[in-house]
Design a binder for this molecule. Structure first.
Ligand code: DX5
Ligand code: ZN
Length: 224
């Protein structure tokens, strides 16, 4: 039995006090620092980039889980690896599968010694992941449309987690399954029961009176 890990999304942290907030989530038992990179093209919002990740790496003790919501990710993957990303997640929808870009992205990430993950938006069928499951360290199932923190969990995302878990079992592999969007005490239980290993939480952690306690509480509910 592996306890579920919580990956607080720093998009909801205080950017002017980031070092303090990272120390706080580490104290609270966070498993990863979830870093939401948005480029204003793949998603409407614009957040942070390579120089920021490089500075995060200097202060974070736990691994950086870098979620790239960007167009043309093949161009930027090497930069994010160089900046110290421990896990790099790329969106399937941002890659040209027919041209072999998915395997290329995964190869770049793993060759650098980082962990490779592919994410799918809520409308992308889970079957689209099938060819890549044996190549992946992690799959990220989005439970909101990427772009903003603080959105509501899309019902039925737990069933998609179960589909990915079943596909992995059928392929004889076990990539981690991460869920991102609207995670909190009300939504953690069902996705964890369906096979999620890592839960991203932005608002539910940094919007809480006590973010440390929120991390522990979400993890406790996920493990019930
Ligand atoms: C959404 C991002 C998420 C988001 C999570 O596009 O990928 O990581 O910041 O925030 P909450 O937990 O508030 O939904
Ligand atoms: Zn994210």
């Amino acid at each position: 039995f592996e306890p579920v890990k919580i990956a607080p999304s720093i998009l909801s942290a205080d950017f002017m006090n980031m070092e303090r907030d990272i120390a706080m989530i580490e104290e609270g038992g966070a498993g990863y620092v979830h870093v939401d990179v948005m480029d204003g093209h793949f998603v409407p919002n614009l957040t942070l980039g390579v120089p920021f990740v490089k500075q995060l790496k200097e202060v974070a003790e736990i691994p950086l889980d870098v979620h790239l919501m960007i167009a043309n990710p093949l161009v930027q993957i090497p930069w994010f690896l160089e900046a110290g990303s421990d896990i790099v997640t790329v969106h399937l929808e941002a890659l040209d599968a027919v041209a072999g870009e998915v395997e290329q992205a995964i190869g770049m990430i793993r060759d650098a010694g980082a962990k490779a993950a592919i994410s799918i938006k809520p409308d992308t069928p889970t079957e689209a992941l099938a060819p890549y499951i044996p190549l992946l360290d992690m799959v990220l199932v989005m439970s909101v449309y990427p772009g903003f923190s603080g959105q509501s969990y899309i019902e039925g995302s737990d069933a998609r987690v179960a589909e990915v878990a079943a596909m992995a079992a059928a392929a004889g592999t076990r990539p981690l399954i991460e869920v991102d969007g609207g995670m909190g005490v009300k939504t953690a239980g069902s996705v964890a029961a369906c096979g999620a290993d890592v839960l991203v939480a932005g608002n539910a952690v940094f919007g809480a009176l006590d973010p440390r306690a929120a991390i522990a509480e979400i993890a406790r509910i996920a493990d019930e």
